[in-house]
Every structure is written in structure tokens, then in C-alpha cells.
Design a protein around this ligand. Structure first.
Ligand SMILES: Cc1ncc(COP(=O)(O)O)c(C=O)c1O
Length: 502
């Protein structure tokens, strides 16, 4: 770590653009390569025990067992694993991740899944029930997001999650621009805080992504967006709210820019789609972000987050069926038959769409309104609590995803200290900070108060013991400021390798 720190300090003095160009050459120097490899090994060795806690405790299968294991035994083992892991999120110690989590509600969703576990919407003839569920999920979501009671020009599809919704919307804009405008080298413009799924879409679909800086309030900077637009731009992206800081981009202004140029505008409401409409009704300051803005041409909204469905569904919505058709895949000449699929997968779990539908109709408007009210109220008290801790600073003006930083203490060490007390926060970078995404779990009595009390102690502790290293603080600290970004990307690949190690 010391050698790499030294390298780090030296590199930090070089112009970042020049460094990006030099990075590949630098990393090919044998001594640098050896140093970095050693670093990867050490980091992975340090992370491995926490990622593989069941080694030795539970049977491991690197190949099929010769004969099948007893079903009861399997179930019992699964229940033990579940119980070990549930303790943390059930009691509200986790940022985001489990958004509802009430045991009776989970049982209800599980029953629905069991009923439809064999359904596959690819076989439209066998399971028209799933087509019904999906059509209604899309319609209910569109109505909630400004499509209006009578308008039927809004449409969409159910997908497997926020990333797929975003990937599909970007592919849709690419194909539309290629066919309608003959744009061969498409570009999208996204503020720095837009989710990495937009980079993924750019990488997968041969689109250039232009990232723009933020304003001092952590929202997209309009001047920078305007400057980034050119003849190849096919869409602008805004978030409602952003994952890192929970703030809502100036979607009205951004979508107006897109409309003026006749290009797409995507609102990423993966996090906010199922909260903001209700927050607005409850009187919170919610700037316009949905289809009521004429320039918004697509929206992603995650049913598996604040829609309170099980993991594995999201909705992508479009202004007009004509746009949606660019999303579809068709193969008319395949010997296997006439093939089409509306989204990325072929076969899909119809059971998850059934669960999503059941979640939505069981909660209804009243259920979402009440849940949003509780979350927003709790978040407000947590925000005020953080603001009352002298060494901490809340970033921007968030509603329920609250990020905070510190000029006085290492915020990653604060996160580590909180982790020892079971709290799981999300580490952020640029600037170094962490956030708590408030869910229904945090609205349980006493949770918000405990969070603030523990956070106050954590800050005091880190201030009094600045020499303590912490568990992940050195890694986050290094990764957040490492000038060779390819080294950090490669570290993430090694991490993915580690996950697949038996
Ligand atoms: C704003 C935003 N967009 C997109 C995504 C991606 O969603 P998923 O993880 O379901 O693919 C997330 C996930 O946290 C998000 O916060």
C-alpha cells in the first residue's frame, strides 16, 4: 500500500488528460505492473473472508453432488442462510436494498410467486395472465407518472430492473436516430451523477456518452449540458432523483432543450418514480420531472425499489408507440419460428411480473401515499439530525436519499465505524461522502434516533482517533483519488472474479 501511495502522489501531479493517455503505457512497465498486481492480490485477500463467510460452515459444491440431496435438508440450510442475513436489513440498518420488508407483506408476495412460478411471458399463448399483468403494470405506472387519465399515447414494457430499462431506452433512441435521422455515431449527454447504466448502454450499443459537470447544488449544470450538445446528440438524461445525492436535476429546463432540438429526453426515475408523485401530493417541493413536461420522451421507474415488488422488475415508459417499437427485437427468418422479444431477455420469470402486479394493486394509491409520507418524514428527521452534527455537511437539498461529507474527519472511517455497529451505508466519491437511502425499514420506531446517535458517536470517535485505519476506508480512499482510473476498473474486475470463486 505504501509504494502504491507514493506512485499515487506522484501521478496526482500530472495533468489528468495526459495521464489517461499515458496510463496504458505506464501499466505495461514491468515494475509498475508487478506493484499493481501485488496490490490487487493484497486487497482481494483482505476482502475474501467477508465475501465468503460460509466456507467451512456449509457444504460447498464445485461440481454436482453424485446423488441429489435431501429437499428438507436443502430448505433447512437455505433458512439458516436467510436468517443470518436478514437480521441486518430487517431492523433498518441498511441503506436502500430492501424497500418494504414487512414479514406479512413478504409472505403475500411469496405466495403470489409460488402460484405463477412456472409462467414465462415469452409463451404468450400459454400465459396470457402474465401479458395482462405486464400491460397493467405499464399502464398504472404511466398514469402515475403524468400520462393522465385519458391519454393513451404513453406506453412501455416491464423489464428486469433499472439497468435494463435504461439500456433499452438508449438502444431505442439509437435505433430511432439511425433510421429517422441517419445518425451513425450517436451521442448521449448525461450529468456526472446519472447512473452507470448509461455508460453500460453506451458501451454495449456503440454510443458515445458525454458526461457533464454539476452545479454547486449537485444538480446538472444547464450551461454544461447545452455546450455538450451537437448534431450527433440523440438524447439528454436527467435523474429524479440522482443515486449519489438524492437531488432532482432541472428536468424542466433540460427536457425543454431536448424538445427544442427534436431529440429524446430520458428521466431516470428508477429511484423516484414511486415516491415523487406521492411526495408532490403530500406537499413536498417536487419540481416537474414526468410526462407532464412535453419534452420528456421516456422514463425509467423501478417497481423493485420503492414500488415494493420483489427484486427483478422495472418499467420503461415511452411517449408514443412508434418510439417503443424501436426497442423490440424481431427475427422473421429463423428456422425455429417467428421470434420476437420486447426486451433484452428471451425467456423471463412471469412469476416476478405477477408479484409486481400484486404489489401494486395490493398497495394502491393510498398504500403508496402512506409509505411515501412515512419515508419522507423519517428522512427529514434524519437530515436534520445529520445537520446537527458539527463536523458533517449534508450535500445538496435531498428529500430521502441523504448524502453527507466532512471536512474535519475521514468520512470513510466514519462509515467503517458505523459498520461495526451494523450500519450499512453507501460510499460515494467526488467528493468523498456516504449516503443513506431511507426506506420503510427506517420508519420503524427508534431507528432514525439510533442512526443519529451512532453517527454522532462515530464522528467523535474518528475525530479522536485519526490514526485508526478502518476496514474499507483505505481502499475507498485510494480508489476515490487514484489518478489511474484503469487500475480502479481492473480492481473491480478482480472483485467480480472473487465473487465467482467457490
Ligand atoms: C437512479 C438509478 N438509476 C438506475 C439504477 C439501476 O437500477 P438496477 O440496480 O435495478 O439495475 C439505480 C439503482 O440504484 C438508480 O439508483
Amino acid at each position: 500500500m505504501d509504494k502504491i501511495k507514493l506512485l499515487h502522489t506522484h501521478l496526482g501531479r500530472i495533468n489528468p488528460r495526459l495521464l489517461t493517455r499515458l496510463e496504458k503505457t505506464l501499466r505495461r512497465i514491468p515494475s509498475v505492473q508487478a506493484m499493481i498486481e501485488k496490490e490487487y492480490r493484497e486487497i482481494m485477500e483482505r476482502l475474501e473472508p467477508a465475501l465468503k463467510p460460509y466456507r467451512g460452515d456449509f457444504p460447498t459444491f464445485s461440481r454436482l453432488p453424485e446423488t441429489g440431496r435431501d429437499r428438507q435438508e436443502i430448505i433447512a440450510g437455505m433458512e439458516t442462510l436467510r436468517d443470518r442475513e436478514a437480521a441486518r436489513w430487517k431492523d433498518g440498518f441498511v441503506s436502500g436494498a430492501v424497500y418494504h420488508g414487512d414479514p406479512a407483506y413478504i409472505d403475500f408476495l411469496n405466495r403470489v410467486y409460488a402460484i405463477h412460478s412456472q409462467a414465462n411471458p415469452l409463451h404468450t399463448d400459454l400465459w396470457p395472465s402474465v401479458s395482462k399483468f405486464e400491460a397493467e403494470i405499464v399502464s398504472m405506472t404511466a398514469q402515475m407518472l403524468g400520462a393522465g387519465e385519458t391519454a393513451n399515447e404513453f406506453c412501455g414494457t416491464v423489464t428486469s430492473g433499472g439497468s435494463e430499462s435504461i439500456l433499452l431506452a438508449m438502444k431505442t433512441y439509437r435505433d430511432q436516430a439511425r433510421e429517422r435521422k441517419g445518425i451513425p455515431r450517436p451521442e448521449i449527454v448525461a450529468p456526472e451523477t446519472a447512473h452507470p447504466a448509461f455508460d453500460k448502454a453506451a458501451q454495449y450499443f456503440g454510443i458515445k456518452i458525454v458526461r457533464t459537470p454539476l452545479g454547486p447544488d449537485f444538480r446538472a449544470d444547464l450551461k454544461a449540458i447545452k455546450k455538450a450538445l451537437n448534431r450527433n446528440t440523440i438524447a439528454i438524461i436527467g435523474s429524479a432523483p440522482t443515486f449519489p445525492h438524492g437531488v432532482i436535476d432541472p428536468i424542466a429546463e433540460m427536457s425543454a432543450m431536448a424538445r427544442e432540438r427534436g431529440i429524446g429526453f430520458h428521466t431516470d426515475a428508477c429511484l423516484g418514480g414511486f415516491i415523487l408523485p406521492w411526495a408532490e401530493k403530500l406537499g413536498y417541493p417536487v419540481p416537474p420531472f414526468d410526462f407532464r413536461l412535453p419534452g420528456v420522451t421516456s422514463i425509467s421507474a423501478d417497481t423493485h425499489k420503492y414500488g415494493y415488488a420483489a427484486k427483478g422488475t422495472s418499467v420503461v415508459l415511452y411517449r408514443g408507440q412508434e418510439l417503443r417499437r424501436y426497442q423490440y427485437f424481431t427475427a422473421a427468418d429463423w428456422p425455429g419460428g417467428l421470434y420476437f422479444s420486447p426486451n433484452m431477455s428471451g425467456s423471463r420469470p412471469g412469476g416476478l411480473s405477477a408479484v409486481c402486479w400484486a404489489a401494486m394493486v395490493s398497495l394502491g394509491e393510498k398504500g403508496y401515499l402512506e409509505a411515501s409520507g412515512k419515508i419522507l418524514q423519517t428522512a427529514d428527521s434524519i437530515k436534520r439530525g445529520i445537520e446537527s452534527i458539527p463536523d458533517l455537511r449534508v450535500l445538496g437539498d435531498p428529500l430521502w436519499i441523504i448524502s453527507f461529507a466532512s471536512e474535519a474527519v475521514d468520512i470513510y472511517k466514519v462509515m467503517d465505524y458505523m459498520a461495526v455497529r451494523k450500519w450499512n451505508l453507501n460510499p460515494l466519491q467526488k467528493p468523498p461522502s456516504v449516503h443513506l437511502a431511507v426506506t420503510l425499514r427506517h420508519t420503524q420506531p427508534g431507528v432514525a434516533e439510533k442512526f443519529i446517535a451512532d453517527l454522532r458517536t462515530a464522528v467523535k470517535h474518528v475525530r479522536a482517533n485519526p490514526e485508526e485505519k478502518g476496514e474499507s476506508a483505505p481502499i475507498y480512499g485510494m480508489a476515490a483519488t487514484m489518478p489511474l482510473r484503469g487500475v480502479v476498473s481492473e480492481m473491480l474486475r478482480r472483485f467480480a472474479d472473487l465473487l465467482y470463486k467457490v
